[in-house]
Design a binder for this molecule. Structure first.
Ligand SMILES: [Fe+2]
Ligand SMILES: [Fe+2]
Length: 190
């Protein structure tokens, strides 16, 4: 169950549909960054007991990365440079310093990024059906995995400190709702 307080803006889907090759390159980087994020979370003391779970997520994200690279190759789309996401940067800028605050904020940010991916992949799975059947099926195949990552990261934060996670989740859901409304003309998922 996704908790978001704002839908993706109305111009997001037409922008993506009009720029599928560039969006696929952005998607490849998104999976690469998701793998890196899972590994980065392993630096927190509170997550030492979850190191194998985090490795499993990193491996899954690397597999997604490989799948997107396979699609790029098949479609003769060159792998290119990543665009920085103002939405992701805006979330991450609000991660507080200090061991306990930082791990909770970082987990919530990772959870929201996974949740937005899950939501947007679901939209693409439906909307691409008439346009690009292969891509529609591909996005449908990723929805469950990204949804699980969303839930796992949130659960990890709740298990460290339930009350603080609830408080910060409320803050981050408002921040997400504000940031997602900011115009971003670049051909990217987030
Ligand atoms: Fe992924
Ligand atoms: Fe993921």
């Amino acid at each position: 169950m996704l908790l978001f307080r704002e839908k993706p803006p109305a111009d997001w889907l037409p922008k993506v549909l009009a720029n599928l090759p560039a969006v696929l390159v952005d998607h490849a980087h998104l999976e690469r960054k998701a793998a890196t994020s899972a590994l980065n979370l392993e630096k927190y003391r509170d997550l030492f007991p979850r190191v194998e779970e985090l490795n499993a997520i990193a491996i899954e994200e690397l597999q997604h990365f490989q799948l997107v690279l396979g699609l790029l190759k098949k479609r003769a789309i060159p792998f290119g440079q990543p665009y920085p996401s103002p939405w992701i940067a805006g979330l991450m800028r609000s991660v507080r310093n200090g061991q306990r605050c930082q791990v909770i904020d970082h987990l919530i940010c990772c959870s929201l990024i996974e949740g937005r991916s899950c939501e947007k992949f679901q939209i693409l799975a439906v909307e691409l059906k008439q346009v690009d059947d292969e891509l529609a099926a591909f996005y449908a195949s990723l929805v469950e995995s990204e949804g699980n990552h969303y839930a796992t990261y949130l659960l990890m934060a709740r298990e460290i400190d339930e009350a603080e996670t609830q408080r910060r989740l409320d803050f981050y859901l408002d921040l997400d709702a504000r940031l997602i409304r900011e115009p971003n003309p670049l051909p990217m998922l987030h």
